[in-house]
Design a protein around this ligand. Structure first.
Ligand code: AMP
Ligand code: MG
Length: 357
């Protein structure tokens, strides 16, 4: 028997610290200001905060506040444990209604809107399916996938965000199969909130990077002056970067990938992003990267597009208002929308195919 206890995970595992996107900038001295760097574990991954062009005390105080925010957020929004989402899941499992505080109402409403726009492909109501597959624990063992009949039984119950009713702050479900997992979008919400908090401390140039998913504002300030932040996008099948994008102003980069959490059984790789229609891992893409102004949308969208596959990603992208998308197919092709191609520096020999939206 293994002495390794499965560890519950939230969002992504710490073992994927080799992020899908990494900050390529380094720390440098400039005009008595230094690029401030803080790193800690939160949101189930390694969080990096970079702050440029601020005095050290301000950067220190702001990043301390962000760390606290993200720790509280993690505790509240993991699907198990003692937080608000676990409390909601317990009530839903018991068939009971539950009164939500204002923050829970905001998150639930936003998640529902994104789910509906994605045609249900981003579906935070499928936590039971995620658990059936064992993707709620870190380092799932390479044991057989769930029985087809068990998967089919959950799919037949068709849990969806639209099964939930929120009236006057009271939530109830029409479908007993609904259990919530915000893992595909909460990191986006958290990064948005972290940037808003940094701004409230007067920070103008920063990156909040949660395991490769990030929001960047302002510019990187080095010894030779200010320039755009340069962000690397991880290769889904090799060490290192597939591409890099420049960000200045305010923008998010989110990637969903089949390499983030998976197990292999009898030579078949089963990954953690599930198609709610089939109950099985999505088949077409190895990774999907979305650039967007809003982190919550970018996060949910990257997941939804990975599920949508080659036939349907365009329709989902249009419904979610996306324009900058890069998709890597499981057979190694790189597709990018014109707006994404224009922004991206490709770092491999594979020529990207520009695809219209
Ligand atoms: P991400 O890395 O943002 O694509 O999120 C993946 C995580 O979201 C998984 O580990 C599951 O916890 C959860 N998940 C899997 N499939 C879906 C889906 N179709 N819709 C929403 N959440 C999902
Ligand atoms: Mg996501």
């Amino acid at each position: 028997m293994s002495d390794k206890q499965p560890k519950r995970v939230f969002f992504r595992t710490v073992s994927v610290v080799l992020c899908s996107a990494l900050l390529l900038a380094s720390c440098q001295q400039h005009n008595n200001t230094q690029t401030f760097h803080r790193q800690f574990l939160s949101l189930g991954t390694l969080v990096n905060i970079e702050i440029a062009g601020a005095d050290p005390q301000t950067a220190q105080a702001a990043s301390t506040a962000v760390q606290k925010l993200l720790e509280d957020f993690t505790n509240q929004w993991r699907p198990d444990g003692e937080g608000e989402l676990a409390r909601i899941n317990a009530a839903l499992a018991a068939g009971e209604s539950i009164t939500l505080d204002a923050d829970a109402q905001v998150l639930l409403t936003q998640a529902t809107a994104l789910s509906v726009k994605s045609g249900g492909l981003f579906n935070p109501a499928i936590y039971r399916l995620v658990r059936l597959w064992g993707f709620d624990v870190e380092d799932r063992a390479d044991t057989p996938p769930p029985a087809a009949a068990a998967i089919a039984a959950l799919v037949a119950q068709a849990p969806a965000m639209t099964d939930l009713q929120l009236e006057h702050g009271v939530l109830r479900s029409n479908n007993p199969a609904v259990q919530l997992d915000f893992g595909a979008y909460a990191k986006g919400v958290a990064v948005d909130r972290a940037i808003a908090l940094l701004r409230s401390h007067g920070i103008r140039n920063a990156i909040v990077n949660a395991g490769g998913d990030l929001r960047a504002i302002g510019e990187y300030i080095g010894a030779d002056g200010a320039r755009a932040w340069r962000i690397g996008i991880r290769h889904p099948r090799a060490a290192g970067f597939l591409a890099a994008v420049q960000i200045s102003g305010d923008e998010c980069v989110f990637t969903s990938g089949d390499y983030e959490r998976f197990f292999i059984y009898e030579g078949v790789r089963y990954h953690h992003i599930l198609d709610p229609r089939s109950g099985y891992p999505a088949t077409d893409f190895a990774s999907v990267t979305v650039l967007h102004t809003d982190g919550a949308t970018a996060d949910a969208a990257a997941t939804a597009l990975l599920v949508a596959g080659e036939d349907q990603w365009r329709a989902v992208a249009r419904a979610l208002g996306l324009t900058k998308i890069m998709l890597v197919t499981r057979d190694g092709r790189i597709l990018c929308t014109p707006a994404m191609c224009a922004r991206t520096e490709f770092l491999t020999d594979v020529q990207p195919q520009q695809v219209p939206l």
